[in-house]
Write a protein that binds this ligand. Sequence first.
Ligand code: ZN
Length: 573
Amino acid sequence: MNEENKVNTIYSDGTNRDASLKIIKLGSDVGATKNMTVYETANDIIIVDCGIGFPDSELFGVDVVIPDVTYLLDRKHKLRGLFVTHAHEDHLGAIPYVIDDLDVPIYTSKLVQGFIKERLKDKYQKAQVENVSFNLITPDTEEIVLGDFKVKAFGVNHSVPFGMGFAIKTPQGTVLHIADYKIDFTPVLDKPIELGKIARYGDEGVLCLLSDCLGVTAEGFTKSEKALNETFGNFFEKAEGRQIFVTTISSNISRMHQIISAALKHNRKIVFSGRSIEQSSRVSRELGYLSFEDSNFITEKEAMNYKQDSLVYIIAGCYGQSGSGLERLSRGEHGSITLEDNALVIFSADPNPPGVQEPVERLLHNLTVAGSEVIYSEIQDNLHVSGHGLKGDITTITALSKAKYYIPIGGTAAKQRAYTNMVRDLGIDRSRVFELLEGEVLEFRNGEAKLGEKVEVKPVYIDGRYRNELSPVVVKDREQLSEEGVFVAVIPVDSSGKLFPEKVEIVTRGFIYVKDSQALMDRSRKYITDKLKKFSNEKDWNSVRRKLEKDIDKFLFKETGRAPLIIVHTIVV
Ligand SMILES: [Zn+2]
């Protein structure tokens, strides 16, 4: 560090040390998920959020992507706390994969704790789950002091209730971290966003505002959750005598509350269907957020013995996820539930999140062909309200904060740019907005901000079936296998290690049709035999194998213009 730039502050403990602050966007991806922000001083680090992202469809067998936490592992002695803003997967979903290594206490709401514990139980033994340290915080909790940081929560609205923003006092000034939010004066389960507190921080002086920017390109304000209060009742009334399904995202407890209230009014019992819906409804009921009589809920199995027009199914799969409850139902392969003729299926979810158009179209098609009446956003208003504020909401928060600097978060690069333009329209110089991308660092000294040295981050893939990290090499192999096939050369070897180059066997799958390509197979075999003879004096089989695989790759590409996955291995004869 340049000594001249070093700013020292006398701390309350009497020490005199470097008082600079770094804000690091450690996670984030093109789809604006995988949220993770790091606040770092010379002595301490706190983290806000730790979410998963969703892979491109070309990433074979990769179910989720998570932030690369190598930077934090290298500074483990400085980690003081992980704060989680709200109960969405792209803000908490990566915790089970990294918490064991990071070993940092988690500070969050009751609902988020409940959701994280469920995810931990999926991956760890009970004792390990109990080892994770949780600290409950609410907007009423006193300021939490963690080294150089003092953190106070305040309430915000979103599609999942009990979201929080954080006022983080740092040696450089107060930072407001407000992830996904909207302004809702009539939310279903929680309280309206605490605009007064945000304004008060603004009056006291805010160094930097980190604000949601996802909805900034649309004019106006997002509607209140309350706008849907009548929606479900109206539909249920018209659906007398019919089977009813409503699908929504599993974390949207307020929406579930509205669906359940409407169902009970129409004397229907509730069936939660699908793992994610069952899990989140169970956690919410245990925590008292869906406080209806137990007798109103029955299981999928019990539902088989009920008249179907006395039930409402709340079912997972609103994005057409393969293998989800609704998707299997639409193909007539659900197992427990049979889709009745003229069933009513209501989609109450964001109609257009990235990457789901095709599976949703297929789902709508299958359900319609199976004889259901399908209600979705394109043909019906008031089926869904967004959890994200529009330009009006975001402008309000930005203006109230009166921050010196701004970092748009939770949106794509294009949305970040739109946020910058919105801020400029407020008369704020655009040099005060920093559109941080993954790994980028904003450094504060003497209350002034400038971009710091980037943190190196690599993609981290998770295969959901094993719930473990997946090497990029494996992902690459899968891609190659699916596009180019595989070419295996089997080389006989005797127990003394002597190779038999003349007896090479070749097996291929998905590469070429062998029967029509006998000549190529013969040439390949001869090529490998010749190569092996050349390598016959080499002792290190692994290096021979690697060289041979490379050579075969070149040979086949020249012959066929294709690049199958190549495997050379020996078999003891
Ligand atoms: Zn969210």
